[in-house]
Design a protein around this ligand. Sequence first.
Ligand code: ATP
Ligand code: MG
Length: 269
Amino acid sequence: MVDIMKSQTPIIEIDNLIVSFGEGDDARRAVDGVSFSVLAGETFGLVGESGSGKSTILRAITGLVPSTATTLRVMGEDVSRERGKDFYRKVQMVFQDPYEALHPRHTVWRQLMEPARIQKVPDAETRAKASLDAVGLPQALRWRYPHQLSGGQRQRVAIARALMLKPEILLLDEPTSALDVSVQAEILNLLCDLQEEHGLTFLMVTHDLGVVAHMCNRTAVMQSGKLVETLPVDVLVNGGATEPYTRKLIAASEAYGEAPASLSQLTKV
Ligand SMILES: Nc1ncnc2c1ncn2[C@@H]1O[C@H](COP(=O)(O)OP(=O)(O)OP(=O)(O)O)[C@@H](O)[C@H]1O
Ligand SMILES: [Mg+2]
Protein backbone atom coordinates (compact mmCIF):
# COMPACT_ATOMS: atom_id res chain seq x y z
CA MET A 1 0.00 0.00 0.00
CA VAL A 2 1.45 3.36 -0.95
CA ASP A 3 1.61 6.34 1.33
CA ILE A 4 -1.20 8.38 -0.16
CA MET A 5 0.18 11.53 1.38
CA LYS A 6 2.81 11.30 -1.39
CA SER A 7 0.17 11.23 -4.08
CA GLN A 8 -2.62 13.73 -4.10
CA THR A 9 -3.38 13.42 -7.80
CA PRO A 10 -6.93 12.24 -8.39
CA ILE A 11 -6.98 9.56 -11.08
CA ILE A 12 -10.71 8.78 -10.90
CA GLU A 13 -13.05 11.71 -10.19
CA ILE A 14 -16.74 11.04 -9.69
CA ASP A 15 -19.32 13.65 -8.80
CA ASN A 16 -23.05 12.95 -8.56
CA LEU A 17 -23.02 9.63 -10.41
CA ILE A 18 -26.51 8.27 -11.09
CA VAL A 19 -27.42 4.89 -12.57
CA SER A 20 -31.09 4.01 -13.02
CA PHE A 21 -32.57 0.68 -14.03
CA GLY A 22 -36.12 0.14 -15.26
CA GLU A 23 -38.60 2.47 -16.94
CA GLY A 24 -41.39 4.74 -15.69
CA ASP A 25 -42.86 3.68 -12.35
CA ASP A 26 -40.41 0.76 -12.17
CA ALA A 27 -37.36 3.03 -12.48
CA ARG A 28 -35.00 2.62 -9.57
CA ARG A 29 -31.72 4.33 -8.84
CA ALA A 30 -29.11 1.64 -8.21
CA VAL A 31 -26.53 4.42 -7.78
CA ASP A 32 -27.99 7.63 -6.44
CA GLY A 33 -25.74 10.68 -6.57
CA VAL A 34 -22.44 9.16 -5.55
CA SER A 35 -19.27 11.30 -5.35
CA PHE A 36 -15.70 10.29 -4.55
CA SER A 37 -12.17 10.54 -5.92
CA VAL A 38 -9.46 7.90 -6.10
CA LEU A 39 -5.87 9.12 -5.85
CA ALA A 40 -3.13 7.82 -8.12
CA GLY A 41 -1.44 4.79 -6.57
CA GLU A 42 -3.90 4.20 -3.77
CA THR A 43 -6.26 1.32 -3.07
CA PHE A 44 -9.75 2.66 -2.57
CA GLY A 45 -12.35 0.29 -1.17
CA LEU A 46 -16.07 0.14 -1.83
CA VAL A 47 -17.95 -1.69 0.90
CA GLY A 48 -21.61 -2.08 1.75
CA GLU A 49 -24.45 -4.56 1.82
CA SER A 50 -25.44 -6.71 -1.12
CA GLY A 51 -27.35 -4.73 -3.72
CA SER A 52 -26.06 -1.34 -2.49
CA GLY A 53 -24.67 -0.48 -5.94
CA LYS A 54 -20.96 -1.30 -5.63
CA SER A 55 -20.59 -3.34 -8.82
CA THR A 56 -22.81 -0.91 -10.67
CA ILE A 57 -20.36 1.90 -9.91
CA LEU A 58 -17.53 -0.11 -11.50
CA ARG A 59 -19.73 -0.91 -14.49
CA ALA A 60 -20.68 2.75 -14.87
CA ILE A 61 -17.01 3.78 -14.89
CA THR A 62 -16.27 1.33 -17.72
CA GLY A 63 -19.45 2.20 -19.63
CA LEU A 64 -20.99 -1.27 -19.23
CA VAL A 65 -24.15 0.43 -17.91
CA PRO A 66 -25.40 3.89 -18.92
CA SER A 67 -25.01 6.59 -16.29
CA THR A 68 -25.17 10.33 -15.79
CA ALA A 69 -22.76 12.38 -13.70
CA THR A 70 -21.80 15.97 -13.08
CA THR A 71 -18.21 14.74 -13.31
CA LEU A 72 -16.88 11.37 -14.45
CA ARG A 73 -13.18 11.76 -15.18
CA VAL A 74 -10.49 9.12 -15.46
CA MET A 75 -6.86 10.21 -15.72
CA GLY A 76 -8.05 13.75 -16.33
CA GLU A 77 -10.28 12.80 -19.29
CA ASP A 78 -14.03 13.24 -19.29
CA VAL A 79 -15.48 9.74 -19.81
CA SER A 80 -19.09 10.57 -18.96
CA ARG A 81 -20.18 10.08 -22.56
CA GLU A 82 -17.58 8.06 -24.40
CA ARG A 83 -14.30 6.36 -23.80
CA GLY A 84 -11.42 6.16 -26.25
CA LYS A 85 -9.43 3.04 -27.07
CA ASP A 86 -6.78 4.22 -24.63
CA PHE A 87 -9.30 4.03 -21.78
CA TYR A 88 -9.84 0.33 -22.40
CA ARG A 89 -6.11 -0.21 -22.26
CA LYS A 90 -5.45 1.79 -19.11
CA VAL A 91 -8.47 0.62 -17.12
CA GLN A 92 -8.91 -3.11 -16.61
CA MET A 93 -11.48 -5.01 -14.59
CA VAL A 94 -11.06 -8.18 -12.54
CA PHE A 95 -14.25 -9.99 -11.56
CA GLN A 96 -15.34 -12.08 -8.61
CA ASP A 97 -15.67 -15.34 -10.48
CA PRO A 98 -12.68 -16.02 -12.72
CA TYR A 99 -14.45 -19.03 -14.22
CA GLU A 100 -17.13 -16.78 -15.68
CA ALA A 101 -14.65 -14.11 -16.72
CA LEU A 102 -12.54 -16.49 -18.81
CA HIS A 103 -13.55 -18.00 -22.12
CA PRO A 104 -14.24 -21.69 -21.39
CA ARG A 105 -12.91 -22.97 -24.73
CA HIS A 106 -9.79 -20.81 -24.96
CA THR A 107 -6.41 -21.86 -23.62
CA VAL A 108 -4.65 -19.66 -21.07
CA TRP A 109 -2.37 -18.45 -23.86
CA ARG A 110 -5.29 -17.41 -26.05
CA GLN A 111 -7.01 -15.63 -23.13
CA LEU A 112 -3.85 -13.55 -22.75
CA MET A 113 -3.28 -12.92 -26.47
CA GLU A 114 -6.86 -11.87 -27.25
CA PRO A 115 -6.82 -8.37 -25.64
CA ALA A 116 -3.36 -7.80 -27.12
CA ARG A 117 -4.65 -8.69 -30.57
CA ILE A 118 -7.62 -6.31 -30.24
CA GLN A 119 -5.34 -3.51 -29.05
CA LYS A 120 -2.68 -4.42 -31.67
CA VAL A 121 0.09 -4.79 -29.11
CA PRO A 122 3.33 -5.43 -31.04
CA ASP A 123 5.25 -7.51 -28.47
CA ALA A 124 2.28 -9.59 -27.34
CA GLU A 125 4.10 -12.92 -26.92
CA THR A 126 6.84 -11.41 -24.78
CA ARG A 127 4.22 -9.66 -22.70
CA ALA A 128 2.14 -12.80 -22.28
CA LYS A 129 5.16 -14.68 -20.96
CA ALA A 130 6.01 -11.79 -18.63
CA SER A 131 2.40 -11.58 -17.41
CA LEU A 132 2.41 -15.28 -16.50
CA ASP A 133 5.67 -14.76 -14.62
CA ALA A 134 4.27 -11.68 -12.88
CA VAL A 135 1.32 -13.62 -11.46
CA GLY A 136 3.49 -16.59 -10.50
CA LEU A 137 2.09 -19.09 -13.01
CA PRO A 138 4.44 -21.58 -14.69
CA GLN A 139 4.71 -21.14 -18.45
CA ALA A 140 3.72 -24.79 -18.88
CA LEU A 141 0.15 -23.93 -17.81
CA ARG A 142 -0.40 -21.80 -20.88
CA TRP A 143 -1.87 -24.63 -22.95
CA ARG A 144 -4.50 -25.47 -20.36
CA TYR A 145 -8.17 -24.58 -20.49
CA PRO A 146 -9.92 -22.84 -17.55
CA HIS A 147 -11.55 -26.08 -16.32
CA GLN A 148 -8.06 -27.60 -15.99
CA LEU A 149 -7.00 -24.96 -13.46
CA SER A 150 -7.69 -24.39 -9.77
CA GLY A 151 -9.76 -21.38 -8.70
CA GLY A 152 -6.66 -19.50 -7.58
CA GLN A 153 -4.86 -20.28 -10.85
CA ARG A 154 -7.87 -19.06 -12.80
CA GLN A 155 -7.89 -15.77 -10.92
CA ARG A 156 -4.15 -15.45 -11.61
CA VAL A 157 -4.89 -15.92 -15.32
CA ALA A 158 -7.58 -13.22 -15.13
CA ILE A 159 -5.09 -10.86 -13.45
CA ALA A 160 -2.37 -11.77 -15.99
CA ARG A 161 -4.83 -10.93 -18.76
CA ALA A 162 -5.60 -7.57 -17.13
CA LEU A 163 -1.84 -6.85 -17.01
CA MET A 164 -1.33 -7.57 -20.73
CA LEU A 165 -2.20 -4.02 -21.73
CA LYS A 166 -0.03 -2.39 -19.05
CA PRO A 167 -2.98 -0.76 -17.29
CA GLU A 168 -2.82 2.04 -14.76
CA ILE A 169 -6.07 1.28 -12.97
CA LEU A 170 -7.55 -2.06 -11.92
CA LEU A 171 -11.23 -2.16 -11.02
CA LEU A 172 -11.47 -5.19 -8.74
CA ASP A 173 -14.94 -6.57 -8.04
CA GLU A 174 -14.57 -8.91 -5.06
CA PRO A 175 -11.50 -10.48 -6.65
CA THR A 176 -11.08 -13.10 -3.93
CA SER A 177 -14.53 -13.84 -2.55
CA ALA A 178 -15.01 -16.91 -4.75
CA LEU A 179 -11.73 -18.39 -3.52
CA ASP A 180 -10.69 -20.55 -0.63
CA VAL A 181 -9.45 -18.49 2.34
CA SER A 182 -5.78 -19.55 2.00
CA VAL A 183 -5.85 -18.75 -1.72
CA GLN A 184 -7.49 -15.38 -0.97
CA ALA A 185 -4.42 -14.31 0.97
CA GLU A 186 -2.13 -15.38 -1.89
CA ILE A 187 -4.09 -13.40 -4.46
CA LEU A 188 -4.31 -10.31 -2.23
CA ASN A 189 -0.55 -10.46 -1.63
CA LEU A 190 -0.03 -10.81 -5.38
CA LEU A 191 -2.17 -7.72 -6.00
CA CYS A 192 -0.17 -5.75 -3.40
CA ASP A 193 3.10 -6.79 -5.08
CA LEU A 194 1.84 -5.91 -8.56
CA GLN A 195 0.60 -2.55 -7.32
CA GLU A 196 4.01 -1.72 -5.92
CA GLU A 197 5.87 -2.93 -8.98
CA HIS A 198 3.67 -1.32 -11.61
CA GLY A 199 2.40 1.72 -9.69
CA LEU A 200 -1.20 0.62 -10.16
CA THR A 201 -4.28 2.26 -8.69
CA PHE A 202 -6.98 -0.07 -7.34
CA LEU A 203 -10.67 0.58 -6.90
CA MET A 204 -11.78 -2.52 -5.04
CA VAL A 205 -15.23 -3.77 -4.13
CA THR A 206 -15.30 -6.16 -1.21
CA HIS A 207 -17.64 -7.50 1.45
CA ASP A 208 -14.76 -8.20 3.76
CA LEU A 209 -13.64 -5.49 6.17
CA GLY A 210 -10.57 -7.62 6.98
CA VAL A 211 -9.55 -7.24 3.34
CA VAL A 212 -10.22 -3.50 3.51
CA ALA A 213 -8.06 -3.18 6.61
CA HIS A 214 -5.14 -4.93 4.91
CA MET A 215 -5.40 -3.56 1.40
CA CYS A 216 -7.02 -0.14 1.31
CA ASN A 217 -5.90 3.39 2.05
CA ARG A 218 -9.45 4.72 2.15
CA THR A 219 -12.86 3.24 1.75
CA ALA A 220 -16.33 4.41 0.83
CA VAL A 221 -19.32 2.85 2.54
CA MET A 222 -22.41 2.31 0.40
CA GLN A 223 -26.03 1.77 1.40
CA SER A 224 -29.01 1.60 -0.98
CA GLY A 225 -27.22 3.33 -3.84
CA LYS A 226 -25.93 6.17 -1.69
CA LEU A 227 -22.49 6.79 -0.30
CA VAL A 228 -22.78 6.92 3.49
CA GLU A 229 -19.24 8.09 4.19
CA THR A 230 -15.66 7.96 2.91
CA LEU A 231 -13.01 7.38 5.51
CA PRO A 232 -9.30 6.56 5.82
CA VAL A 233 -8.81 2.91 6.73
CA ASP A 234 -6.81 3.66 9.88
CA VAL A 235 -9.82 5.59 11.17
CA LEU A 236 -12.04 2.59 10.37
CA VAL A 237 -9.64 0.16 12.04
CA ASN A 238 -9.34 2.34 15.15
CA GLY A 239 -13.10 2.51 15.60
CA GLY A 240 -13.37 6.10 14.37
CA ALA A 241 -16.29 5.55 11.97
CA THR A 242 -19.07 7.92 12.97
CA GLU A 243 -21.98 6.93 10.73
CA PRO A 244 -24.32 4.46 12.45
CA TYR A 245 -24.57 2.35 9.28
CA THR A 246 -20.78 1.97 9.10
CA ARG A 247 -20.69 0.98 12.76
CA LYS A 248 -23.42 -1.57 12.13
CA LEU A 249 -21.49 -2.96 9.18
CA ILE A 250 -18.38 -3.29 11.33
CA ALA A 251 -20.33 -5.06 14.05
CA ALA A 252 -21.83 -7.44 11.48
CA SER A 253 -18.51 -8.27 9.87
CA GLU A 254 -17.10 -11.51 11.21
CA ALA A 255 -13.81 -10.90 9.46
CA TYR A 256 -13.28 -7.61 11.22
CA GLY A 257 -11.15 -7.84 14.36
CA GLU A 258 -10.85 -11.59 14.06
CA ALA A 259 -9.45 -11.99 10.60
CA PRO A 260 -8.74 -15.60 9.74
CA ALA A 261 -5.13 -16.69 10.17
CA SER A 262 -4.37 -16.63 6.47
CA LEU A 263 -5.50 -13.02 6.22
CA SER A 264 -3.35 -11.97 9.16
CA GLN A 265 -0.44 -13.53 7.29
CA LEU A 266 -0.84 -10.94 4.58
CA THR A 267 2.14 -8.71 4.14
CA LYS A 268 1.36 -5.79 6.40
CA VAL A 269 1.83 -2.88 4.04
N1 ATP B 1 -28.65 -4.76 -15.28
C1 ATP B 1 -29.48 -4.52 -14.26
N2 ATP B 1 -30.80 -4.35 -14.46
C2 ATP B 1 -31.63 -4.08 -13.43
N3 ATP B 1 -31.24 -3.95 -12.15
C3 ATP B 1 -29.93 -4.10 -11.89
C4 ATP B 1 -28.98 -4.39 -12.93
N4 ATP B 1 -27.74 -4.48 -12.36
C5 ATP B 1 -27.92 -4.26 -11.05
N5 ATP B 1 -29.21 -4.03 -10.77
C6 ATP B 1 -29.76 -3.71 -9.43
O1 ATP B 1 -29.04 -2.61 -8.93
C7 ATP B 1 -28.81 -2.76 -7.53
C8 ATP B 1 -27.32 -2.68 -7.24
O2 ATP B 1 -26.69 -3.84 -7.78
P1 ATP B 1 -25.13 -4.11 -7.67
O3 ATP B 1 -24.84 -5.31 -8.46
O4 ATP B 1 -24.39 -2.87 -8.00
O5 ATP B 1 -24.98 -4.39 -6.10
P2 ATP B 1 -23.68 -4.77 -5.28
O6 ATP B 1 -23.51 -3.74 -4.23
O7 ATP B 1 -22.55 -5.02 -6.19
O8 ATP B 1 -24.16 -6.14 -4.58
P3 ATP B 1 -23.36 -7.50 -4.27
O9 ATP B 1 -22.55 -7.21 -3.04
O10 ATP B 1 -24.44 -8.48 -4.01
O11 ATP B 1 -22.52 -7.84 -5.47
C9 ATP B 1 -29.46 -4.06 -7.13
O12 ATP B 1 -30.74 -3.80 -6.62
C10 ATP B 1 -29.56 -4.83 -8.44
O13 ATP B 1 -30.64 -5.71 -8.42
MG1 MG C 1 -21.49 -6.77 -6.73
